[in-house]
Write a protein that binds this ligand. Structure first.
Ligand code: PGA
Length: 260
């Protein structure tokens, strides 16, 4: 099955509203060149901080760049001070939401069960969740990578139907590669991507496994993207630092292999 690659830019807690408008304008200008690449069929999405989403949506109107949030609350509304819900994200112009990023797990105590509740809530309102998984350095060095990723998948995707999985993206982000400049090798990433696809095939269905997009994230830059994206099981990238620079992000988008 051919899967449309996705290049996603996670801005994390960077940029204010004027800066957001500026970066979106730069990206929008560059997007004119993307279809000119012939076979390129990638989707491009950016994930600014929640407060900047509406400004980003306005700046991107009419351009082929999707918008998503970095997190959401599972309830549609209520007494949850400081939180933002899925229906609110929809009205801000979002189509997607990142869930269970390792920084959310590490600094904000997010658990697989909580991520699962958010994934179900996102799907219920029509937002596509990007569910993040990945092992720490310690877990990799002690040979527990597959075990950890399996636990995160089983917990995070619990109760999702094969129909739900059509709208889900998985991001494999080894924690030791995030923001460190230490990128996983194509072999390391490809191995875990194949493990994830195999797990989805067994736990859900072979069809869901062949259709689901699995992104790699962790120090993806313009100069290593091409090699990673050439692996047939790496369906795109979740890009942090390099997505804050229009030129770098544009070069990563242009690294997607052309489809003949
Ligand atoms: P990085 O972040 O590209 O800066 O390593 C990736 C991510 O956390 O999604």
């Amino acid at each position: 099955m051919t899967r449309t690659p996705l290049i996603a830019g996670n801005w994390k807690m960077n940029g204010d509203i004027p800066w957001t408008r500026e970066l979106c304008t730069h990206l929008a200008k560059r997007s004119a060149n993307w279809p000119a690449l012939g076979g390129l069929r990638a989707e491009v999405a950016i994930f600014p901080p929640a407060v900047s989403l509406a400004a980003a949506a306005a700046a991107l109107q009419g351009f082929p760049i999707l918008l998503g949030a970095q997190n959401m609350h599972e309830a549609p509304s209520g007494a949850f001070t400081g939180e933002v819900s899925g229906p609110m994200l929809l009205t801000a112009g979002c189509q997607m939401v990142i869930l269970g990023h390792s920084e959310r797990r590490q600094f904000f105590g997010e658990t697989d069960a909580g991520i699962n509740r958010k994934a179900l809530a996102a799907l219920a309102v029509g937002l596509k969740p990007i569910v993040c998984v990945g092992e720490s350095l310690d877990e990799r060095e002690s040979g527990r990578t597959h075990e950890v990723v399996e636990r995160q998948l089983a917990g995070g995707l619990k109760g999702l139907t094969v129909a739900d999985l059509k709208h889900v993206v998985i991001a494999y982000e080894p924690v030791w590669a995030i923001g460190t400049g230490k990128v996983a090798t194509v072999q390391q990433a490809g191995d875990v991507h194949r493990f994830i696809r195999g797990w989805i095939s067994k736990a859900h269905s072979p069809e869901a496994a062949s259709r689901i997009r699995i992104l790699y994230g962790g120090s993806v830059k313009a100069d290593n993207a091409k090699e990673l994206l050439a692996d047939p099981d790496i369906d795109g990238a979740l890009v942090g630092g390099a997505s804050l620079d229009a030129d770098q992000f544009d070069r990563i988008i242009r690294s997607v292999p052309l489809v003949s």
